[in-house]
Design a binder for this molecule. Structure first.
Ligand code: MF3
Ligand code: CO
Length: 250
């Protein structure tokens, strides 16, 4: 499948899906506190998605069982919400949500601290990961290449002493959750597919406080750091337009 470019009208529809994803994430974020389980977050998200008139994008995708991915501490992505996972003060939790509205997908993620007292090094991990997302977004311009996006993310992360995960990447998005091209969070400037007007990219840096290596647990979904270090994840959907990058999951 080739890269599908979207018309202005399609991008407008994706902005609607993106807005819903953001509303869900804002709602779930407001519920994060010590004592809450990741299944509590899942239930709140499921209710919110349906209230807003959308459908979850992840549930049933390759048999994934939930509407959210909730990845705690050393979990990188694809943590499955569970009644048994109670958040405690000092944890960090990545919340990833996708929805589909009128056939168009939206996908975004945030990582939030649990409680007021999170280790300064972890606060730095969250800050640097989110900043690296914006560095990547700033490269989403006509005439740039996919490698420019990855390089900008990687340089920012590594300058802070952290590492980018290689095994999971961002993706095109539109009438499917995952479209071409793949968008690694590493790369070299000027390399990879050229960005064209109308491309919509889900840019999603996954950043480890230690080594970059990832492995998937026996549940076949949860990706964790091999060295047990902490991991953060932020994601936006971004349209490449002639006026520059436009964030759709605002
Ligand atoms: N946002 C993630 C991604 O873009 C999660 C999707 S995996 C799923 O790949 F299977 F849970 F849907
Ligand atoms: Co995604």
């Amino acid at each position: 499948m080739a890269i599908v470019c979207k018309s202005a009208a399609e991008i407008e529809r994706m902005r609607q899906s993106g807005r819903i994803v953001r509303q869900v994430l804002d709602h779930v974020r407001s519920l994060v506190k010590p004592g809450v389980t990741t299944m509590d977050l899942e239930r709140a998200a499921e209710r919110k998605i349906s209230e807003l008139g959308a459908k979850p994008a992840f549930k049933g995708y390759y048999d994934y069982p939930c509407v959210l991915c909730t990845s705690v501490n050393d979990e990188i992505v694809h943590g499955i919400p569970s009644e048994k996972r109670t958040l405690k003060a000092g944890d960090i939790v990545s919340i990833d949500c996708g929805v589909v509205l009128d056939g168009y997908y939206g996908d975004a993620a945030i990582t939030v601290p649990v409680g007021e007292k999170v280790d300064p090094e972890l606060q730095k991990l969250l800050k640097v990961t989110e900043e690296s997302l914006y560095r990547g977004i700033d490269q989403a311009r006509v005439g740039n290449s996919i490698g420019d996006v990855g390089a900008a993310v990687q340089e920012h992360v590594e300058a802070a002493g952290f590492s980018v995960v290689r095994e999971f990447v961002g993706h095109g998005i539109g009438t499917r959750l995952h479209e071409e091209p793949q968008i690694p969070n590493f790369g070299s400037r000027g390399h990879g597919a050229k960005l064209r007007e109308g491309m919509v990219l889900a840019i999603e840096p996954m950043v480890n406080s230690g080594r970059p290596d990832a492995k998937v647990l026996g549940d076949k979904w949860t990706a964790v750091t091999v060295d047990g270090s902490f991991s953060a994840h932020f994601e936006h959907c971004v349209a490449v337009t002639k006026d520059g990058p436009v964030i759709l999951t605002q």
